[in-house]
Design a protein around this ligand. Structure first.
Ligand code: GTP
Ligand code: MG
Length: 195
C-alpha cells in the first residue's frame, strides 16, 4: 500500500469540502504536537509530505492524502493546547469533532498518545466521542525514542488500562518512533489489512 504513490489531495476547512467518500479512509488524531504529521511522513517514506513542526497547532486543516488509488490517509489538526488564536482553535476543534463523528467511510481512527505522557483528559474526551460515534480506533504510542524503558512501560500500561474501558477501541496498541523508524512496519501492516 505504501510502496506506491502517496500525494497531497486537499486541505479541508468545512464538512462540505470533504472529498467524495469512495475510498478506504483512515485518520490520525491526537493532542497537538504528539507527532501525527511526522508519523504520516514516516509511513509514506516522504519526509515533507505532511507539514510537521515543533509549534503545537501546526496542522490547522483536515489534510487528505491519496494513497495507491484506494485509500485516503487523513492528517487532523491536534486537540488540546495550540499556539493559535482562540477562535481559530475553537473553529478547527468543531470541525475535528464533526469529522470524527460524521465521516461515513472512516474505517479506523488512529489515536496517538505520547509515550512520555500517556492518556490525558482530552484524549479520554476524543476516545469517548469515537465510542459514541461507533468509530473503531486504535492507539499508537509516539516518540518512544524520547523516553526511558521504565517510563515507557509505565505509560504503556496506563494507556492500556485507559483504552480497555472504551468499547470502540481495538485492543492492540502499537509503539512507534518516527525518528527511529520503530513500529512503522507494524502500523503499515495493520493499515494494509483494513478493507
Ligand atoms: P499538530 O499538527 O500541531 O497537531 O502536531 P503533530 O501531532 O502533527 O506533530 P508533528 O508531527 O508536527 O511533530 C511535533 C514535533 O515532534 C516535531 O518537532 C517532530 O519532529 C517531533 N516528533 C514527532 N515524532 C517524533 C518521534 O518519533 N521522535 C522524536 N524524537 N520526535 C518526534
Ligand atoms: Mg500536524
Amino acid at each position: 500500500l505504501f510502496s506506491g504513490e502517496t500525494d497531497f489531495l486537499k486541505g479541508v476547512v468545512a464538512m462540505d469540502g470533504m472529498p467524495p467518500d469512495d475510498r478506504i479512509e483512515i485518520c490520525f488524531a491526537g493532542r497537538s504536537n504528539v507527532g501525527k504529521s511526522t508519523l504520516i511522513n514516516a509511513l509514506t517514506g516522504r519526509k515533507a509530505l505532511a507539514r510537521a513542526s515543533n509549534t503545537p497547532g501546526r496542522t490547522q486543516e483536515i489534510n487528505f492524502f491519496t494513497c495507491a488509488d484506494s485509500h485516503y490517509v487523513v492528517d487532523l489538526p491536534g486537540y488540546g493546547f495550540a499556539k493559535a488564536p482562540k477562535d481559530t482553535v475553537a473553529k478547527w476543534q468543531r470541525l475535528l469533532k464533526a469529522y470524527l463523528s460524521g465521516r461515513a467511510t472512516l474505517r479506523r481512527a488512529f489515536v496517538l498518545i505520547d509515550s512520555r505522557h500517556g492518556v490525558k483528559a482530552v484524549d479520554e474526551e476524543i476516545m469517548s466521542l469515537l465510542d459514541r460515534s461507533a468509530v473503531t480506533f486504535q492507539v499508537v504510542m509516539t516518540k518512544a525514542d524520547k523516553v526511558k524503558e521504565v517510563e515507557r512501560a509505565k505509560n504503556l500500561e496506563q494507556t492500556r488500562e485507559a483504552v480497555s474501558k472504551h468499547p470502540a477501541a481495538y485492543p492492540e496498541i502499537i509503539v512507534t518512533s518516527s525518528e527511529k523508524g520503530w513500529g512503522i512496519d507494524v502500523l503499515r501492516a495493520v493499515i494494509s489489512t483494513l478493507e
